[in-house]
Design a protein around this ligand. Sequence first.
Ligand code: FE2
Length: 315
Amino acid sequence: MSAERNKTEDDITAEVLQRFAETPDPRLRQIMLGLVKHLHAFVKEVELTEAEWFQAIEILTEAGRMCSDKRQEFILFSDTLGVSMVVDLLSHRKPDGATESTVFGPFHRLGAPELPTGGNIAQLDKTGTPTLVSGRVLDLDGNPIKGALLDVCQAQSNGLYDSQDAGLGGLHMRGKFRTDAEGCYLVRTVRPVNYPIPSDGPVGRMLRATGRHPWRPAHIHFVVSADGYEPVTTHIFDRTDEYLGSDAVFAVKDSLICDFVRHEGRESRGGEAERLGIDPPFLTAEFDFHLKPASERRATVLDAQQRLAALGAAD
Ligand SMILES: [Fe+2]
């Protein structure tokens, strides 16, 4: 009979790992063992105090309470800790000619209206510079994809998303567009602006306490999907933005940076602007999306995003 001794923290870690060792699903087993191993190592490395542990529970509780159909504080934590972009890069490791992805962000909402070609997502935005974003959705061989869906959203020119703006009742700066037979799309909006991520919750307190700025470079969100292709969740960024090099959520990729060209005089009023009744000054930006054929593994990303948005809406 062995002599009795007090358990050490390493004994607890070993016991917990053993308790998960028989998990039937091999992937779940790998994830749980890795989680326990690294989580315990982290707690031991920083010698987490009981007060700090309680504070962490409070922070997570507060983050959960803030989540709704309009707000996702956990995604904001993931984004600002760089986890979202590490997962993104692991999932899209090889350059394959398809448009690069970036963070989903915490502001996606269900129910954006389907708009015709050239439809205006910024109808209530009276201060922004009118902007036409156009381009094509193509396969990897450059063939147009007809009927592709572009789910577009953007912050207003006051730097707020619709869900953050107390003066708004419903959806704004959101729309769904379909490509025509040539794969072309056309979105009317206003110039995107840089904006600080929401700082009224635990993520904001983390940024302040650690001396980090909350700014994101100006961008427009796109989720582009089509039958038979992998959907891509991405942004296009304004090349002139001062925060391109220090995005609070680490989401900038060079291939997603885009020129927003300013047109000043009446002579610069192009065919599309004229047809839509837009007077100068206005801007145009062009960006083509390239989709790769669907693979079973990643076809579920869009479903997962929809489930998450619906979970908030159910509250
Ligand atoms: Fe955004």
